[in-house]
Design a protein around this ligand. Structure first.
Ligand SMILES: Nc1nc2c(ncn2[C@@H]2O[C@H](COP(=O)(O)OP(=O)(O)OP(=O)(O)O)[C@@H](O)[C@H]2O)c(=O)[nH]1
Ligand SMILES: [Mg+2]
Length: 461
């Protein structure tokens, strides 16, 4: 059946006890259904769009009121789905909500699938596919920055950029096609190098920019992982606790206190950091210790950033030097801890050993130096270009796959036109590139992919 003939309904608020619960209905039949099950407190002739109306949900069978509710109608096309939408604010509590929903279903609605309201917003042309995906991201966002990125995508950032590239592509395609159809007309003559230049500049370059931004996505959604490593007792757990401003990890003077991986999230200027405290590196004795040190070594390769901690109140030893040789110099910051204690490690020695690494002196005990450490971490992340500004357009994996496809076809077109291939071949490549861009916004998309995207939504959205 055509979706336009079906009116759907679902509970939009999470299960559980709360102040209010919301039930949503969308479709042509929404208002009819409401007329069967709702009795207004003040007599009304017709519902005004976007106006709250106080009344009762009445069970049509028993004629008894089920709940006192606030009801609103948002008439098409000015609604979330661009269909007639009704929202019922009832008291929360699962039984009340599901009883009301049952009555609505009996009155002619069908239970909505997860994401079906948003699917309709897409099918009815109110949003493109990137915006629908932004709604899922927004719901699942775990940091300020991922909220901002999702909001910018919801506002149409990625969709607009994709449409711009697509527009340029269609223009180039039109010029090639005109020259195929009317090869002898002066107005349609093209130079191959000119077309190749335009493909590179107007299509490939912006596409590659977008692909490059993909790596930033993980950072903003999951946080930059920062492993705190060092030999035993240098103060790694104390540093974690100081960052988190709580006693998350056990701190003792006994070497080898931490044996497992401990994590905590912090935010530095909106940048989410996943801090990872590790077991100190030393000569291991038992199985548990060995496991702990192995886990530390894994973190060395997995983490986006390493804080290599040393203890200034003791001389360096072989474990410090071994660790230094294991860290990737591009991603490490040396944290010189315990500066509140008398130094037994000279600045000269530190500078010569950790030559090309940024160094920050701190005391996990007093908190001295942590402002600088925050700054250094932030700068390092930004320098590594793993950070983005809040206005960035950051594609997800699905978009990136499509962009890669579009880039490959455009690259073929650009090389082929320079190598004297028939213009028909070049045009075919460009039109495949266009299809790939259409997958991003959903101009052209398979049912399967749509199902896949919308099944990630929660019920009632
Ligand atoms: N004076 C002083 N003591 C510190 C500082 N940081 C840590 N300590 C002390 O050093 C000892 C070890 O600290 P931890 O934070 O447990 O060190 P760790 O590196 O996690 O140790 P392991 O888990 O055993 O590898 C504890 O007694 C801390 O109180 C500091 O900045 N100044
Ligand atoms: Mg520890």
């Amino acid at each position: 059946m055509d979706y336009k003939e079906e009116t759907i309904a679902a509970i939009a608020t999470p299960i559980g006890v709360g102040g209010i619960g919301i039930i949503k209905i969308s479709g042509n039949n929404a208002e009819n259904i409401v007329r069967k099950i709702f009795r207004s407190k003040q007599p009304i002739k017709s519902f005004d769009s976007f106006r709250l109306c106080l009344g009762y949900i009445i069970d049509p069978k028993s004629k008894l009121p089920l709940d006192e509710v606030l009801l609103s109608i948002m008439r098409a096309p000015f609604s979330y789905t661009r269909e007639d939408v009704v929202e019922i604010n009832s008291h929360s509590g699962h039984t009340v909500l599901s009883n009301i929903l049952q009555i609505i279903l009996r009155a002619g609605a069908r239970l909505a699938k997860p994401g079906e309201f948003t699917l309709r917003a897409f099918l009815n042309g109110r949003i493109d596919l990137t915006q629908a995906e932004a709604i899922i991201d927004l719901i699942n966002a775990k940091s300020d920055m991922s909220v901002r990125l999702a909001a910018s995508q919801l506002a149409g950032g990625l969709g607009t950029r994709t449409e711009q590239i697509r527009g340029a592509l269609i223009e180039i395609l039109a010029r090639i096609e005109a020259s195929i159809d009317f090869p002898d007309e002066e107005s349609t003559v093209i130079t191959r190098s000119d077309i190749a230049g335009q493909i590179n500049r107007k299509i490939l370059k912006p596409i590659k920019g977008l692909i490059g931004a993909y790596s930033q996505r993980k950072i903003w959604h999951e946080g930059v992982s920062v492993a705190i490593v060092g030999r035993v007792n240098v103060g790694k757990s104390s540093i974690l606790n100081r960052f988190l401003q709580e006693e998350r990890a056990i701190v003792t003077p006994i070497p080898g206190t931490t044996r497992d991986i401990l994590e905590g999230m912090v935010n530095i200027e909106g940048l989410p950091l996943r801090l990872i405290d590790t077991a100190g590196i030393r000569k291991v004795k038992g199985k548990v210790e060995k496991k702990g040190v192995d886990l530390t070594r894994t973190q060395l390769t997995l983490a986006d950033l390493i804080l290599l901690v040393i203890d200034r109140s003791r001389p360096l030893n072989q474990h410090d030097l071994n660790l230094l040789s294991e860290v990737d110099k591009k991603t490490a910051i040396v944290v010189i801890n315990k500066i509140d204690l008398p130094a037994r490690l000279s600045e000269k020695r530190i500078n010569s050993t950790f030559k090309h690494l940024p160094k920050i002196s701190v005391s996990a005990l007093t908190g001295e130096g942590f402002k600088n450490l925050n700054k250094a971490v932030f700068t390092k992340v930004m320098d590594k270009k793993i950070g983005v500004s809040p206005t960035s357009i950051v594609p997800n994996l699905r978009h990136k796959t499509a962009l890669n496809k579009a880039a490959t076809f455009s690259e073929n077109a650009s090389t082929n036109i320079m190598n004297g291939f028939p213009l028909e071949t070049v045009a075919a490549d460009l039109s495949w590139a266009k299809d790939a861009l259409d997958e991003i916004t959903g101009n052209k998309i398979s049912e399967e992919i749509l199902d896949n995207i919308f099944s990630r939504f929660c019920l009632g959205k």
